[in-house]
Write a protein that binds this ligand. Structure first.
Ligand SMILES: [Cu+2]
Length: 623
């Protein structure tokens, strides 16, 4: 087999050539102007008419015991596109039903993998650790409740794989704040293909104040005026089939490293439209894309309000004209259509520039998601609430930021490897299978400094915990790298960045000041969060309890390619001390009788391509 070339490397060369050719003598002039000519290096979806399909209202399921299955389906994304092979949960041809549930009430889910074939079987990259050739036709799944405060055995660990024909029982205590969770597939090495195929759904967790009906004491729109928006981006083949491939630069079957779509998809429909009453709407919004960060705004530049994010409401609505939403982030919005004349339309738009390497091969911003057209009738006519916390019938105001006792430096980088394929994304310069993992102590408050030496944003998600975003500080990336030579991949590399800052810290935006489980770590910044690790007593379960996976033989990354060499070292978590003096000493309690047992959780970039290779690490929350 010939030399396999990773996307990033190829993009660097081909992109430069393409950019030079396209710009010619005009280089340096008006770089922000969109280029009308379609890049020959990218796949382009067929042209379809925008705003002709109705925005679907995703069905809602409730109950303390749910059956969820993942199946191969056929889904029509647009009136003028043929049916496309897809995945769906629980009878949906794409995505899954919205699960509505009350906090503190346990939820039991029996999850079954009923997948019969994979729409992207040819796209699985078996050189990525853990991915097996047979998965092209019989792909595993792992149901993860993102944002759930969940015991490890039910968390949907990427190595707790559920093969076609198998079922698993998950218990979710949901002893946590009301908010917006979501569920999606999380299997080792193929999360990007499975979620993209359709395995994602929203969860609305209610409490006695945010009830989701007219009785809510917060003055929030409810019923038909509360609407989940699952935002995604896609590429379609000329045949109309959805595809995970975005560029000719990377051959079929190889990891792309992250491709933006050229087509907006909302609740499973391409560029849909929604008729809205002239009044206030609450949009529970999720970036469920595999790659892009978006800067979202309305076409008339009207003001709207952020009222909450992943784990509950803000103290008060924050007026915005636009905001950035990275993959995996959720945001709770109030939008007032009462100022529109009957028949008048506004679109939900995006103008976030693609990341540099995508721009170089001609990627342009995916410009729009959906259209809202005002009806004659008035809708929810209540005002935008003054306050959401601290008043009568409301939760207390957000607590002040806690004081950390442990500081942990984390690098985000794209190291260069001599082995093939060369491209990989890493946290701390480590692979998933490396034994040197983070082991925060229960009951402590930690400050995590994410040092992003790449030029692109990476949304970092930590399972089990919630955190607050502190700030982002620009980094003198080249100086940092020159002073701290990055060792070969597999050796922890997280030198402190204090001496390489390029400006004052930019505090978290007012609309991202609540409790979150995912943070946008902008390129060339040190982004700081404060995370408190709950104790086993507070959780009601032991977050460090080992558990036996459904298929122990699949633990350890038994891939077919080179990645198979890097076996997971479950039960061999070495003591380690990072460069800021944080002590990670801990005793390993794993029994040798259960060498395939799993323990703990994972944390990762929520760019699904990155998470697959290899921007995901294990972690344990130790006593
Ligand atoms: Cu990433």
């Amino acid at each position: 087999m010939g030399r396999r070339i990773g996307r990033r490397d190829v993009l660097r060369g081909a992109g430069m050539a393409a950019a030079a050719g396209a710009l010619g003598g005009a280089a340096g002039k008006a770089a922000a102007e969109p280029i009308e000519v379609k890049s020959p290096l990218l796949f382009h979806s067929p042209e379809v008419e925008k705003f002709v399909d109705e925005l679907p209202r995703i069905p809602v399921v409730r109950g303390s015991r749910l059956e969820i299955d993942a199946a191969t389906t056929s889904h029509r994304f647009h009136r003028d596109l043929p049916e496309s092979t897809a995945f769906g949960y629980s009878g949906q041809s794409y995505l899954g039903p919205t699960i509505e549930h009350h906090r503190d009430e346990p939820l039991h889910v029996r999850f079954s993998n009923r997948i019969q074939s994979h729409p992207f079987g040819a796209d699985l990259d078996t050189t990525i650790h853990g991915v097996q050739e047979s998965w092209r036709t019989t792909p595993p799944t792992s149901l993860h409740l993102h944002g759930g405060v969940t015991p490890p055995a039910s968390d949907g660990h990427p190595e707790n794989l559920v093969m076609p024909g198998q079922s698993i029982e998950h218990d979710y205590p949901l002893r946590q704040d009301a908010g917006m969770l979501w569920y999606h597939d999380h299997p080792m090495g193929i999360t990007r293909t499975n979620v993209y195929a359709g395995l994602a759904g929203m969860v609305l967790l209610r409490d006695e104040f945010d009830t989701g009906d007219d009785a809510n004491t917060l003055g929030l729109p409810s019923g038909e005026f509360e609407m989940p928006l699952v935002l995604q981006e896609k590429v379609f083949q000329p045949s109309g089939q959805q595809t995970v491939r975005t560029t000719l630069v990377v051959p079929e079957g190889l990891w792309e490293g992250g491709g933006a779509g050229d087509t907006g998809v909302v609740n499973g429909k391409v560029w849909p439209r929604m008729s809205v009453a002239r009044g206030l709407y609450r949009f529970r919004t999720i970036n469920a894309a595999q790659f892009s960060t978006w800067n979202l705004f309305f076409s008339n530049r009207m003001r709207f309000w952020v009222i909450g994010n992943e784990h509950g409401l803000l103290d008060a609505p924050v007026p915005v004209q636009n905001f950035r939403l990275a993959a995996g982030e959720r945001i709770d919005l109030l939008v007032d259509f009462s100022g529109l004349a009957p028949g008048e339309s506004v679109e939900l738009c995006n103008d976030e520039e693609p990341v540099m390497q995508a721009r170089l091969i001609g990627q342009v911003a995916m410009p729009v998601f959906c259209r809202f057209t005002a009806e004659q009738r008035r809708g929810f006519t209540g005002p935008v609430p003054q306050r959401l916390r601290g008043g009568r019938g409301q939760l207390p105001v957000l607590p002040p930021l806690p004081t950390p006792t442990v500081v942990r430096n984390i690098t985000l980088s794209q190291p260069y490897e001599l082995r093939l394929p060369p491209s990989i994304m890493t946290l701390n310069n480590l692979r998933y299978s490396d034994p040197d993992i983070e082991m925060p102590r229960q009951g402590t408050v930690e400050q995590w400094n994410f040092i992003n030496i790449t030029p692109d944003p990476h949304p970092i998600h930590i399972h089990l915990v919630t955190f607050r975003v502190l700030d982002r500080t620009p980094l003198r990336t080249l100086d940092y790298q020159a002073a701290n030579i990055q060792p070969p991949i597999g050796i922890r590399w997280n030198p402190p960045a204090e001496n390489f800052l390029a400006g004052p810290p930019v505090p978290a935006a007012p609309w991202e000041q609540g409790f979150k489980d995912i943070v946008r770590v902008d390129g060339g910044t040190v982004t700081r969060i404060l995370v408190r690790i709950p104790t086993a007593d507070e959780l009601g379960f032991d977050p460090d309890e080992p558990f036996t996976p459904l298929n122990p033989s699949l633990v350890g990354g038994h891939g077919d390619g080179h990645g198979g060499r890097h076996q997971a070292h479950n039960g061999t978590n070495h003591n380690s001390t990072d460069h800021n003096g944080t002590d990670h000493n801990s005793t390993d309690h794993n029994s040798t009788d259960h060498s395939r047992d799993l323990r703990g959780y994972v944390w990762h970039c929520h760019i699904l391509d990155h998470e697959d290779h290899d921007m995901m690490l294990r972690l344990r929350f130790v006593p």
